[in-house]
Design a protein around this ligand. Structure first.
Ligand SMILES: Nc1ncnc2c1ncn2[C@@H]1O[C@H](COP(=O)(O)OP(=O)(O)O)[C@@H](O)[C@H]1O
Ligand SMILES: [Mg+2]
Length: 444
């Protein structure tokens, strides 16, 4: 069916290489319609106008001027980008913390509204598959400083940015996520949470990365016995864990020929075992049937008595290039062996800590370069594994007492906070960059 018309000035049509013909296909997100093409003889201005009927058919909100391009592969005009941020639900509380998911979504929505793009938050329940539309939300602030989520109908987007924030909701929506990944005109990035064992195997396949990986095996009696012969400290971690939860740190007491361990639950508690078999038996309840890896414990460097690791937010930019958006140090509370912020870790600038530890400028420079190269190799290796498109990664990097660099963990959906004691510009970039990358992915 023919829907309305699009008027394009001659100079813009030439620039976009639009073929001159009376009827043309035009697309917004996953909606494609036929429309009349009118070339306006204005030689000076580069403009396009959609008739109201065409705007309605494409669910384009007239207030916002979107970008236009001619897609020579699919032979159609393309208006956009249309970017949907996928979440499990839209949290809507009158009061919420600065580190809550709600604060994060509001921040994303605000940045999105300022960009030359149609950006919205959506949930699996808002999708109308037959119409190829979706109910999307944006946060409108009122004069009092508070605000409301307002809904509108949009085409199923060019790009889906997955911000589903828990593994549980992720698996609840497996079917929807798979269907979204298969949409004809969509790209999907941040495909899912990662599994520590899968990641280890993927990265271990790249010989360039092996020197950075602590030795890692699946937890069972033989593997644990083997690791206990080699290392004095071992970390046991659930493959699908995060925030330092349910990690068990094992130390070998050579004099007494026993194992001591600390289980990190909400708080932490200590235990003892005679050998691998005894450890597995005694910690069975704590492990709750989850698959665990065991890993060589790194003798981490410390800053004034606190062990630390580097946390890097690694993101693709508007040209699809990987870059470090944020790099900071997390200091563990004194006496703790985990530096997760959720376990009371404190943020510090990496500059300050690296200076304290390495002293010499050239050495710091060299370490920073090695870290950049490591991040890049990790990101590229993850992408080549065929698990999907990654737009951002969070990397936990350890430095041992000798100054050697280790890769501790890769997160595919790093938590980002809207507040920081460090730099607000950096915070803003970490939120904006994935939306810019989405614009690039959409073809603009
Ligand atoms: N092999 C290791 N050696 C030394 N410290 C480690 C090791 N593995 C983890 N840690 C400490 O525990 C923290 C949490 O471990 P991580 O693998 O990042 O799991 P999570 O997903 O729970 O964040 C790390 O940030 C680090 O401080
Ligand atoms: Mg971690």
């Amino acid at each position: 069916m023919l829907r309305g018309k699009v008027i394009i000035t001659r100079s813009l049509a030439q620039e976009l290489k639009v073929p001159v013909k009376p009827i043309i296909k035009i697309r917004a997100g996953n909606i494609v319609v036929d429309t009349r093409l009118i070339i306006n003889n204005d030689e000076t201005r580069k403009l396009y106008i959609l008739s109201p009927e065409l705007s309605r058919a494409l669910f384009i909100k007239t207030k916002k001027k979107l970008k236009i391009r001619y897609d020579t592969e699919k032979n159609m005009l393309h208006i956009g980008p249309i970017i949907g941020i996928l979440t499990a639900s839209i949290p809507n509380k009158p009061e919420f913390g600065p580190k809550s998911t709600q604060a994060e979504l509001i921040y994303l929505s605000k940045i999105g509204q300022k960009m030359q793009a149609q950006i919205f938050i959506f949930t699996p329940t808002g999708i109308n598959w037959a119409a190829k539309t979706v109910k999307g939300y944006n946060y409108k602030e009122n004069s009092g400083g508070s605000g409301v989520w307002t809904a509108s109908t949009y085409p199923l987007p060019d790009v889906i940015y997955d911000r589903i924030s828990s593994r549980k909701s992720e698996s609840n929506y497996n079917n929807t996520r798979e269907k979204l990944k298969k949409l004809a005109f969509s790209s999907y990035f941040n495909p899912s949470f990662l599994n520590k064992w899968d990641v280890h195997q993927i990265l271990f396949n790249n010989p360039e990365l092996r020197p950075y990986l602590p030795e890692t095996k699946l937890l069972d009696k033989e593997n644990l016995e083997d690791m206990l012969k080699k290392y004095k400290v071992i970390y046991a971690k659930p493959v699908d864990g995060s925030l330092g939860r349910k990690i068990i740190r094992i130390t070998v007491d050579e004099k007494k020929q026993t194992l001591k361990y600390t289980v990190y639950v909400r708080g932490k508690f200590n235990g003892q075992a005679t050998d691998a078999t005894d450890f597995i038996k005694k910690t069975e309840k704590n492990r709750e049937g989850k698959t665990y890896i065991i890993q060589q414990g790194i003798d981490m460097a410390n800053y004034k008595g606190s062990v630390f690791d580097l946390r890097i937010i690694y993101q693709k930019d508007r040209h699809g290039e990987w870059r470090i958006s944020k790099k900071f140090v997390r200091l563990a509370p004194k006496g703790s062996s985990l530096s997760n912020m959720s376990r009371g870790g404190k943020a510090e600038t990496s500059k300050k800590i690296l200076k304290y530890f390495f002293h010499r400028t050239e050495l710091i420079e060299a370490k920073n370069q090695e870290i950049s190269a490591l991040c890049h190799a990790v990101a590229i290796t993850m992408e080549q594994s065929g698990t999907g498109i990654y737009g951002e990664l969070g990397l936990d990097i350890g430095i041992d007492k000798k100054g050697k660099i280790w890769l501790i963990e890769v997160n595919s959906k790093p938590r980002k906070t809207t507040e920081t004691e460090l730099s607000m510009t950096i915070v803003k970039n970490t939120f904006k960059r994935p939306l810019e990358y989405a614009t690039y992915l959409a073809g603009f």
